[in-house]
Design a protein around this ligand. Structure first.
Ligand SMILES: Nc1nc2c(ncn2[C@@H]2O[C@H](COP(=O)(O)OP(=O)(O)OP(=O)(O)O)[C@@H](O)[C@H]2O)c(=O)[nH]1
Ligand SMILES: [Mg+2]
Length: 270
């Protein structure tokens, strides 16, 4: 692989996901094992962030545009080497993952960005650049009001892919994040049917209508995970965040993410 991008609405769990990736240097996922090594300063700092916030029962700060951030280059840029040890039918592979942590704000603006928003232009250009293989797209809210909005947003994103001639070469791993939540945990086994097909129907339809089936796959993922293999209670407590949607780990020593690597493995396939 090389470059992928991670995008999604505000508070969908992007920064936490990246911190989780950097913290678990060895991880046994549902279907594969991996080792991960941070390759640059930003990614090493991210490991500290996981230790000093998530593992301390705190929530990472929202990634916000503001005084300090005027262009995408002001946003953190992470570089990791991931060795995926595969399994019975999966070959071992080494992946270099380069990824920027975008604020959900720019993603939500896809529909209504104005010409002066140069960061928004840069964001789209960077996400759809020729050497970007695809993207990990995180969704987390499932109310029907969001479904309409996400579906329009995806329509526009697909149009932009088309304008850049990427419609047939761009992979989209569409993820329901925070899937340890009780209502949706059973749906993780077949997320396309039991999560997107139930909660985000319009979004699912838009994506399936317009993208080649081999470039589109649905996943369920949770950076927090559940309390144990035989204890499906979420390893999470709700907390108060700046936008009211924060959660924190409930039992830090039992932190075990679910399905962190599988979407990357799929994005990386030859
Ligand atoms: N329940 C649960 N909460 C999570 C999970 N991952 C992240 N969160 C929480 O969701 C909230 C938002 O997480 P962030 O990682 O800041 O989300 P983001 O997508 O980076 O948000 P922006 O930077 O605003 O775009 C935080 O309170 C996290 O602790 C998860 O796997 N499960
Ligand atoms: Mg963030």
């Amino acid at each position: 692989m090389g470059n992928i991008c991670i995008i999604g609405p505000r508070a969908s769990g992007k920064t936490t996901y990246l911190a989780g990736l950097s913290y678990f240097d060895e991880y046994r996922g549902a279907r594969s094992r991996y080792k991960i090594r941070p390759l640059n300063d930003d990614s090493r700092e991210l490991t500290d962030k996981a230790e000093n916030t998530i593992l301390q029962g705190l929530s990472v700060d929202p990634t916000r545009l503001g005084d300090r951030i005027h262009t995408v280059d002001d946003l953190p840029y992470y570089s990791f080497q991931i060795e995926i040890q595969g399994g019975l039918f999966k070959p071992r592979s080494i992946v270099q993952l380069n990824v920027r942590d975008y604020p959900g704000e720019v993603f939500e603006k896809i529909l209504h960005a104005s010409e002066e928003d140069s960061i928004y232009e840069e964001f789209i250009d960077e996400c759809l650049m020729d050497d970007v293989e695809g993207c990990l797209l995180l969704f987390t809210e499932w109310e029907s009001s969001n479904d309409g909005f996400y579906s329009k947003l995806m329509n526009r994103f697909i149009e932009m892919m088309d304008e850049r001639d990427r419609l047939n070469t761009y992979r989209l791993a569409v993820v329901m994040s925070k899937c340890e939540r009780g209502e949706i945990w059973p749906g993780r086994l077949d997320p396309e049917t039991d999560l997107f097909g139930v909660y985000l129907k319009k979004t699912l339809k838009t994506l399936k209508q317009r993208l080649p089936p081999q470039n589109l796959r649905f996943f369920a993922m949770s950076t927090f995970g559940v309390l144990g293999r035989y204890d499906p209670r979420p390893n999470r407590v709700d907390a108060y965040g700046s936008d009211g949607r924060a959660s924190i780990l409930r039992d830090p020593p039992r932190w075990k993410p679910y399905n962190l690597i599988e979407p990357l493995y799929w994005l990386n396939r030859p």
